[in-house]
Design a protein around this ligand. Structure first.
Ligand SMILES: [Zn+2]
Length: 374
């Protein structure tokens, strides 16, 4: 072997080692974070939804995720949270009062103070951001990501802040319901929703098909349901063009005041997480979290026949209601017990044991290697 070829071999070997070391370092740091938020997706709802759909226990993809923790969901002023305070804790690391969106009380009765959300940190750092929900885009869970308002019902202020963010450049990809609400709200400012969003640099449509890999900023608002998986995949293909990374929140409503709908949504979101886990890179922290639990319980059923059949039969019994259904019964309210957080990817190992919901913010910030402003 000549000394030139030996030196070349040594150089190549060193390069391979260096690349290996970089890949290893990168593997510990997340470039992207995706939060799948099952609204009211407590453990009893996951349990019933999974068995109903697959007739096997622990058959959800969520139940196969490598890291699981138990998150307290109490708010600052109540043992049982609403979605506003629940999501504020997750995206800002601060507990607040029920009904408040990413603002916290201040001393001496002064005006509530805004607290920066992880979506705003991401925007300021040049990442792309997305919020996809099967609820109205101004509703508490999505709104806590980008608005700072002490009343979740203040639709006009939430729409205003969606387009005039306090921090950063605003959410790049917005998909949800509430098209009529947007039209009514912007009409009060003498605008149409289309003019307001277009003026703020968004591609505006009611068709999720308008969201493509080439879309940089888009607001897809409609009042009808939309197909979950293609929409989320389109959002990811758009967001992932940003080399700095992206932050995406997908909310699927799992309230079981209508148990058929809520339990169907469990399976829709679970299928979404299975698919996204297969396509998202190794540098993506994927979290499934719930903002609070709900009063649904699996009460009975034999294993010999499909649970779905027994559940439907129980509903046909004289006098039966969804509340008293002997197979899956519902007490129609949020409940206060811990919910699971499930995680995979860089930083996921921090999701373990019992912890407050505010920890989820820190877990995401740590995974990204970021420090919160103080
Ligand atoms: Zn909720």
């Amino acid at each position: 072997m000549t000394s030139v070829s030996l030196r070349l071999r040594i150089a190549v070997a060193a390069l391979v080692l260096a690349i290996g070391a970089t890949a290893q370092a990168d593997a510990r740091q997340a470039r992207n974070v995706i939060i799948f938020l099952g609204d009211a997706g407590g453990l009893p709802t996951l349990n019933a939804g999974g068995i109903l759909a697959h007739n096997r226990p622990q058959s959800l993809f969520i139940q196969s995720m490598p890291n699981i923790g138990l998150s307290d969901t109490s708010s600052l002023d109540r043992w049982v949270t609403d979605s506003a305070a629940g999501m504020t804790a997750i995206v800002t690391g601060n507990k607040t009062n029920n009904g408040w969106l990413s603002v916290v009380p201040t001393a001496g009765g002064n005006a509530p103070a805004p607290v920066k959300t992880i979506f705003e940190y991401a925007g300021e750092r040049g990442l792309s951001t997305g919020v996809v929900t099967n609820m109205p885009i101004w509703d508490a869970t999505p709104a806590a990501c980008f608005a700072h308002v002490p009343a979740r019902s203040d639709k006009d202020m939430i729409f205003r802040q969606m387009l005039a963010p306090r921090y950063g450049k605003g959410v790049d990809i917005l998909v949800g319901k509430g098209r009529k609400d947007a039209d009514q709200s912007f009409a009060r400012q003498g605008l149409t929703a289309e003019r307001a969003f277009t003026g703020a640099g968004y591609r505006f449509s009611d068709d999720p098909g308008a969201l493509t890999r080439e879309t940089r900023r888009a607001a897809i608002l409609r009042d009808e349901d939309f197909a979950a998986l293609p929409t989320v995949e389109a959002a990811i293909s758009s967001l992932s063009r940003n080399r700095k990374g992206y932050m995406l929140m997908v909310e699927w409503d799992m309230h079981t005041d209508d148990p058929d709908k809520g339990l169907r949504h469990v399976v829709e979101m679970d299928d979404m997480i299975r698919r996204v886990s297969a396509i998202a890179g190794k540098d993506t922290l994927i979290l499934f979290v719930a903002d609070h639990s709900f009063g649904l319980r699996l009460h009975g059923g034999v294993r010999a026949t499909p649970l779905a059949d027994q559940y439907a039969a129980a509903a046909r019994q004289p006098g039966a209601t969804r509340e008293t259904n002997a197979v899956i019964g519902v007490e129609d309210s949020h409940t206060g017990e811990e919910v699971i957080a499930a995680a995979s990817g860089p930083g996921a190992e921090q999701v373990r044991g019992f912890f407050p919901n505010t920890r989820l913010f820190r877990i995401m910030m740590d995974a990204l290697g970021w420090k919160a402003d103080r």
